[in-house]
Write a protein that binds this ligand. Structure first.
Ligand code: SF4
Length: 328
C-alpha cells in the first residue's frame, strides 16, 4: 500500500515528524542525566548505563516524571554502587496495576540482571541496536524490561553515552495498538492484509521498512509522533479507535483517513501473544526461542494475578490490551 504514496507525500510525512520532534520537550530523565553528568556524579560508565536501564524500566504504565522520581530514590539509596541489602530500597511510586510494595519488590528482583546487562554493555562498547535488543530481551532477562522499555533504553544509550559505539541502523520502533492504528489510517498498512503478530510479521516488516526509509539511522524519531497521535483524548491524542478527531492532528494535511469507521487494530493485530514468525523473515532480535518464552510466562502470571483479583469482563479485556500494548 505504501507504494500508492508518492515521494512528495513521504517528504511531507518526514517534515511533520521532524517538526514534531523539534517542538517536543526533552525527556525529564535525559535532562537529569546530563545535569548529573556535568556534576561528575557518576562513578563510571557502568553506573551511567545502569541508571539508564533503571529509568527506562521504570518508564512504563506511568509518567516519565514518576519514573524519574523512582530513579532518584533508588540512586539515592545507593543502587548504582552495588548495594546488596534490599531493605535500603525505599517504597517506590507504583505503576499501573502494581502496588507500591509489588513494584518495589519487582525492582529489587530485577536489579542484579540490570547490573549484569550494564557490565556486559560497557565491556563490549561497540554494539548494533539489534544486538543490544537481543541482549536485553533474550540473553539476560530482567523482569519487566520489555520490548518498549528496552528500545527506550537503547535510544538513551545512543544519545547519552558517547563512549559507547552504537550503530542504530537496525533499530526498530515498537508496534503497539496506537502505532498500528495510526499507520493504518495514514495508509501505510492495510489491516485486512497486513497482520501484526510480533517481529517479522507482515505489518511489522512494512512499518519498519517505511520508518527506515523515512529517517535511516534515526528511526526512533518516528515512534512518538505515531503513538502520541493514537492516544486517548485526555492524553492529547486524536486518532481514537473509532471516529478519530482529525481537527488539530499533526497528520491532518496528509492523512487519507482510511479505516475510520472501526478500529484497525481490532482487525489486524493478533489476539494471542505468540508471535507468528515467518521462517525466512529477517528479524532483528532473532534469538531462537524456547517453546515458552519468558514473556509468555510473564503474561500467564499477569492473567493469574487478574483472576485472583476477581477482575473480569470489560475491565479484564482493557487490562489485557494495555499489557499487550506495553509488551508488544
Ligand atoms: S488525520 Fe485523523 S485519521 Fe489521520 S491520523 Fe490524524 S486523527 Fe487519525
Amino acid at each position: 500500500m505504501e507504494s500508492a504514496r508518492s515521494s512528495d507525500w513521504f517528504e511531507q510525512f518526514r517534515s511533520i515528524i521532524l517538526a514534531y520532534n523539534e517542538k517536543r520537550q526533552p525527556d525529564p530523565f535525559m535532562k537529569w542525566f546530563q545535569q548529573k553528568e556535568t556534576q561528575g556524579f557518576f562513578g563510571g560508565d557502568t553506573e551511567k548505563v545502569l541508571a539508564i536501564l533503571i529509568d527506562a524500566r521504570f518508564d512504563q504504565m506511568t509518567t516519565a516524571e514518576k519514573a524519574l522520581a523512582n530513579t532518584k530514590l533508588v540512586v539515592q539509596a545507593g543502587c548504582l554502587k552495588g548495594i546488596t541489602d534490599p531493605n535500603v530500597v525505599p517504597l517506590l511510586i507504583p505503576r499501573q496495576y502494581f502496588s507500591a510494595e509489588e513494584w518495589t519488590k519487582s525492582f529489587i528482583t530485577a536489579l542484579p540482571s540490570l547490573r549484569s546487562i550494564s557490565n556486559r554493555i560497557v565491556a563490549q562498547k561497540t554494539w548494533r541496536a539489534d544486538e543490544l535488543c537481543s541482549l536485553m530481551l533474550h540473553k539476560i532477562r530482567a523482569p519487566y524490561l520489555g520490548v518498549k522499555t528496552t528500545r527506550l533504553a537503547i535510544r538513551w544509550l545512543y544519545e547519552l553515552m558517547p563512549t559507547l559505539n552504537i550503530n542504530m541502523d537496525s533499530y526498530e520502533i515498537p508496534i503497539d495498538r496506537l502505532v498500528y492504528r495510526v499507520s493504518c489510517r495514514l495508509g501505510l498498512i492495510d489491516p485486512n492484509y497486513d497482520k501484526y503478530a510480533g517481529q517479522g510479521s507482515d505489518a511489522d516488516v512494512k512499518i519498519q521498512s517505511v520508518v527506515r526509509g523515512l529517517l535511516p539511522g534515526r528511526q526512533w524519531v518516528v515512534d512518538e509522533p505515531l503513538w502520541s497521535t493514537g492516544r486517548k483524548p485526555m492524553s492529547g491524542g486524536h486518532c481514537y479507535p473509532k471516529s478519530p478527531s482529525c481537527g488539530g492532528c499533526i497528520f491532518g494535511k496528509i492523512c487519507p483517513r482510511r479505516f475510520v469507521d472501526f478500529d484497525p487494530a481490532e482487525v489486524g493485530m493478533q489476539a494471542g501473544l505468540t508471535a507468528v514468525r515467518k521462517e525466512a523473515a529477517p528479524v532483528s532480535c532473532g534469538e531462537k526461542r524456547a517453546t515458552v518464552t519468558p514473556l509468555q510466562t510473564e503474561f500467564a502470571m499477569y492473567v493469574e494475578q487478574l483472576k485472583q483479583q476477581g477482575i473480569s469482563g470489560e475491565e479484564y479485556r482493557e487490562k489485557i490490551a494495555q499489557w499487550r500494548r506495553e509488551h508488544s
